[in-house]
Design a protein around this ligand. Structure first.
Ligand SMILES: Cc1cc2nc3c(=O)[nH]c(=O)nc-3n(C[C@H](O)[C@H](O)[C@H](O)COP(=O)(O)OP(=O)(O)OC[C@H]3O[C@@H](n4cnc5c(N)ncnc54)[C@H](O)[C@@H]3O)c2cc1C
Length: 406
């Protein structure tokens, strides 16, 4: 049965996380936003230690690796609370891209890979990144890559260029998608390979300025050149040619978590908007919230956020019942629908704050800058809409091919 009632244990956990967010995390936001993130990482490490001491660290990581071992629906619920702050997931050890990397290391890593990479990643001892998208080929077609990993004896030699490798700045290891089997079918050409960033030939070309902000450390996106990077064949994750399949595995439940994080951002922005319109007076005794146009923002936002959450919970429930593959229509629907709700709610919250909305005195402007990308990463809206429509229309006898074929 589809139930929205969290268990008493999850409820208690959420209460504790909420308290930590209000008492410790929200007050940190403004100061951290004004300094380079990389410079703040040592200071944030102390807060992460507090999270560990409180027994709240790495909610999605299995207990054997030091996490709370929540299942993915429980973690999705928690993700909404953490999403209320840009720092939430980072401080609790479940930030992208590390969370997804840990997941695939757990599912596909060898015992040695788990020992070398998963154990310290789960403890938050260093960071990782995921290097798939290339500047010269459409990332919307993930089976089309120019980066190659040529086999020479017991080594792969990797050559290519990637960009938007999130959090590469200061990361210890990259998981790279590279073509190992150029003559195989389009979905079986690439493999995932662990490349320590200290490997000769790994070169961070630049941090890419995004919406006027270059960022640093975890909060940045880099262009990376792989120039004759040599790593042992034993650094391959999973089978040769299984890279695309593993990427799909990484993205399915990952999209549920992104969506719940976005709902957290919506709720925080909604809260700030309501507080502002209840207090900001247009003239004595007449706050903004007395205007019907503003009431429309409040009502539309409430309905859209609640609809988005229900849709995500339903998709999560379906994944639990029939698996990610069978639930791909639902997962694609939430990816574009919730990203759209996020843009609209953020826009209304920013508008309601007037000039203050454009400043970094509230987190809204930062959310606005960074989360425009929600409609692009993990599959742009158009790709998800096309794949939903293709599957529906197939039921009506219309076969439409996808761009990835051939
Ligand atoms: C903030 C951010 C973080 C990212 N982090 C990572 C990361 O850590 N690692 C990584 O490897 N990549 C990362 N990416 C890259 C991301 O995965 C790609 O940007 C995404 O896959 C889209 O690829 P593209 O940018 O090449 O756009 P393109 O493929 O060139 O597409 C451009 C636009 O065309 C439209 N379009 C695409 N396909 C279709 C279609 N079939 N029908 C109609 N319209 C279509 C869409 O509107 C799309 O936005 C990140 C991107 C951003 C913005």
């Amino acid at each position: 049965m589809l139930s929205f009632e969290p268990s008493p244990e999850l409820d208690a956990l959420i209460t504790r996380v909420k308290a930590f967010m209000s008492e410790v995390v929200f007050p940190l936001e403004r100061e951290i936003a004004q300094r380079p993130f990389l410079a703040c990482e040592p200071e944030l490490a102390a807060v992460r230690e507090r999270v560990k001491a409180e027994g709240l660290w790495a909610p999605q990581v299995p207990k054997e690796y030091g996490g709370l071992g929540l299942d993915f629906r429980q973690h999705a619920t928690l993700s909404e609370e953490l999403g209320r702050s840009p720092l939430g997931h980072y401080l609790f050890g479940c930030q992208a891209p590390d969370a997804g990397n840990m997941e695939i290391l757990h599912l596909f890593g060898t015992a040695a890979q788990k020992q070398e990479w998963l154990v310290p990643l789960a403890r938050g001892e260093f960071r990782s990144c995921f290097s798939m998208t290339e500047p010269d080929l459409a990332g919307s077609n993930p089976t089309w890559l120019a980066t190659t990993a040529r086999r020479e004896g017991d080594e792969y030699v990797i050559d290519g260029r990637k960009w938007f490798t999130t959090a590469a700045d200061g990361a210890r290891v990259a998981i790279v998608m590279a073509v190992t089997n150029p003559d195989a079918a389009h979905y079986a050409r690439a493999s995932m390979i662990l490349v320590p960033t200290s490997t000769p030939g790994f070169r961070q070309v630049r941090k890419i300025s995004v919406m006027g902000e270059e960022g640093s450390g975890w909060a940045s996106h880099s262009e990376i050149a792989y120039e004759g990077c040599r790593v042992p064949v034993s650094n391959r994750l999973g089978d040769e040619g299984a890279g695309f399949m593993i990427a799909q595995e990484r993205l399915g439940p990952g999209r549920i978590h992104h969506c719940m994080r976005w709902i957290g951002i919506c709720e925080r922005s909604f809260d700030l908007m309501c507080d502002r319109v209840a207090k900001r007076e247009l003239s004595p005794g007449r706050p903004l919230g007395t205007r019907q146009m503003v009431q429309d923002w409040v009502a539309e936002s409430r309905a859209e956020i609640d609809a988005a959450r229900l849709l995500v919970q339903h998709a999560a429930w379906k994944i639990d019942r029939v698996g990610s593959h069978e639930a791909r229509t639902e997962v694609s629907c939430i990816k574009f629908y919730v990203a759209g709700v996020l843009q609209r709610v953020l826009d209304r919250a920013l508008q309601a704050h007037g000039a203050l909305g454009m400043t970094d005195d509230t987190p809204i402007a930062s959310f606005f800058r960074h989360e425009r990308a929600a409609r692009i990463y993990d599959g742009p809206d158009e790709v998800h809409k096309a794949s939903v429509a293709r599957r529906i229309l197939r039921g009506y006898g219309l076969e439409v091919g996808s761009v990835g074929k051939g």
